[in-house]
Ligand binder design. Structure first.
Ligand code: GLU
Length: 551
């Protein structure tokens, strides 16, 4: 029996051969220097910062060269699959603008190198596995779990390296007759690579980020097709990235240790491996040790966590860019109004070791980012946020559009704008008192300060309304009137005079203005009081002050 015939018995029902697939997926026709990258997640749940970071780098590196970024779903481990993961991945990629040019999309697949979901590529992997069997580079292995355990125990006893290699790979030595007999007996089998590597040889892989990595050559007969007929990650990676003509495999550095396996698989298949760029993870400190952000343990690392808070996607992107390239921050400081897509990302500027996830930094970036937006954009974004997460806010924003924009415009669009909002969920917390619907004096705690005697407060508010408040005043007149009010009631209108002789006064104009501010908003800290008063208008000011006067 020829090996070809054997391969057909081992992997029956394979529709096409390797040659067919090689022809189906020809070289890509791309401009000089264009690179092809992919994001290849397993559908195991929500997208977290680390995954978003990888997809950002992959899409950016491809797009800045005029290349292709595609999305491949790696679902050959069906036990680990979580429902709706693919939809979540697609939504996040879309929201952040890391749009794949090819691959799985919400309405099917796009591109000429598909299918892009591994479970739909069984025939392809089996065609390649048959080819390897035919060439004597792969073989069926009948070791049961118990056999493997026994081998491991024996290896531990004689202090040998653990694994199925060399003489330990017992099924390697079966004759064709023995193989056929086992198949006839219904014994389960996997297909393994017949490694010709030597563990004492060194291989060197030039990683785009980590530089030269020297490792022992692979001599393990790794499984390429599992007993369910699906490929292992390793084999699928080699076959897919070969057929999809990936030029750069950008992935997490937990895969570095698999490089010898992957290099061996590409060698067996007989094609040049792609370039590798292993990204150091985003991690956190736990019990004094660094560990990679984890889907399971760190819900605060989920991308959706930040969407719910209303952190703008752009801010997350800026944060990820600062993590990705050491020179990004300098570039961004020098070009504060540039589109960050214009930044040229480089592998050589990526960190070789992990970066700690810095939530404070993300928040700071976000605060600065929002502070620089025009008020109309803040409004649109807040509304978009509110539609999904806060219907009360949504109603107010719809009802009072121009008014809300005017609130956001206070002390904005200037060299040093106010920085009240870190995230869109802050907006309600910072502006609620501007809406009567949310302003109920009975339920409020007023933050009065130096002046907190209710009679004195009444007196100030009454006199202000009767004599000094005039809706038409410009800001400096308005302020002068507050000084006059202070003088009349025995508070110093001149701070210098007050500091020189504090005992001569009941207090000063700042104390008076706090009363006016707190009685109006309940808060001691607000944006410019003159602007707030102009927006709230005469009737509302009178109503809010009368609440105290009549009490
Ligand atoms: N499916 C693998 C993962 O989830 C992909 C690794 C790769 O990019 O090659 O990590």
């Amino acid at each position: 029996m020829t090996l070809k015939e054997l391969s057909e018995i081992l992997l029956p029902n394979v529709e096409h051969d390797r040659k067919y697939y090689e022809e189906l997926y020809p070289e890509r026709n791309l401009p000089e220097g264009a690179i092809v990258t992919r994001y290849a997640p397993s559908p195991t749940g929500f997208v977290h910062m680390g995954a978003l970071y990888q997809s950002y780098i992959s899409s950016k590196m491809a797009h800045q060269t005029g290349g292709i970024f595609f999305l491949r779903i790696e679902d050959t481990d069906q036990k680990r699959e979580v429902e709706n993961s693919v939809e979540m991945i697609l939504k996040d990629l879309k929201d952040f603008g890391f749009n794949p040019d090819e691959g799985v999309t919400l309405d099917g697949e796009k591109g000429n190198y598909g299918p892009y979901t591994q479970s739909k590529r069984k025939d392809i992997y089996q065609a390649f596995a048959r080819d390897l069997i035919e060439k004597g580079l792969a073989y069926p292995c009948f070791l049961s779990e118990d056999d493997e355990k026994e081998i491991r125990d024996q290896q531990a006893r004689v202090k040998a390296r653990i694994g199925i290699y060399g003489d330990w790979a017992r099924s390697r030595f079966l004759t064709t007759e023995q193989v056929l007999e086992k198949i006839n007996n219904g014994e389960e089998y996997v297909i393994r690579l017949k490694s010709d590597g030597n563990f004492n040889n060194k291989i060197t892989v030039k990683d785009c980020i980590k530089g030269n990595i020297e490792m022992p050559e692979n001599d393990i007969d790794v499984v390429i097709i599992k007993s369910d007929g699906l490929p292992t990650y390793h084999f699928a990676h080699a076959v897919d990235d070969h057929l999809m003509h990936t030029t750069h495999v950008i992935r997490g550095d937990e895969w570095v240790s698999s490089l010898p396996t992957h290099i061996a698989l590409f060698k067996a298949i007989g094609v040049k491996p792609p370039k590798y760029a292993h990204i150091a993870p985003i991690s956190k400190i736990e019990n004094g040790n660094h560990r990679k952000l984890s889907k399971r343990k760190d819900p605060e690392a989920a991308v959706s966590y930040y969407s719910k808070l209303g952190i703008p996607k752009e801010a997350v992107k800026i944060y990820l860019a600062t993590v990705a390239n050491s020179n990004f921050e300098r570039w961004f400081d020098a070009n504060p109004n540039a589109d960050i897509n214009d930044f040229k990302m480089e592998f050589s500027k990526m960190s070789r070791s992990d970066s700690l996830f810095d939530q404070e930094k993300l928040y700071n970036i976000s605060r600065n980012y929002i502070s620089k937006l025009p008020a109309t954009v803040v409004y649109d974004s807040a509304l978009e946020y509110a539609k999904e997460y806060d219907h009360e806010l949504e109603e107010l924003l719809v009802k009072y559009k121009d008014y809300s924009i005017a609130i956001y415009n206070i002390e904005r669009e200037r060299k040093k704008p106010r920085k009240d909002y870190i995230m869109y969920s802050d907006i309600k917390n910072q502006t609620w008192y501007m809406y009567d619907e949310l302003f109920n004096p009975e339920e409020l705690e007023y933050e009065f300060a130096n002046i907190n005697d209710s009679e004195e407060i009444k007196k100030i508010l009454k006199l202000y309304l009767e004599k000094y408040y005039n809706e038409e005043d410009d800001e400096s007149t308005w302020f002068n009137r507050m000084k006059e009010l202070s003088d009349e009631l025995g508070y110093a209108s001149d701070m210098k005079a007050y500091r020189e002789n504090p005992d001569a006064y009941k207090g000063n104009v700042a104390d008076v203005s706090i009363v006016l501010r707190v009685a109006l908003t309940s808060k001691a800290q607000t944006p410019n009081l003159y602007n707030l008063m102009s927006l709230l208008g005469k009737d509302r000011i009178a109503k809010r002050y009368n609440y105290f006067i009549q009490k």
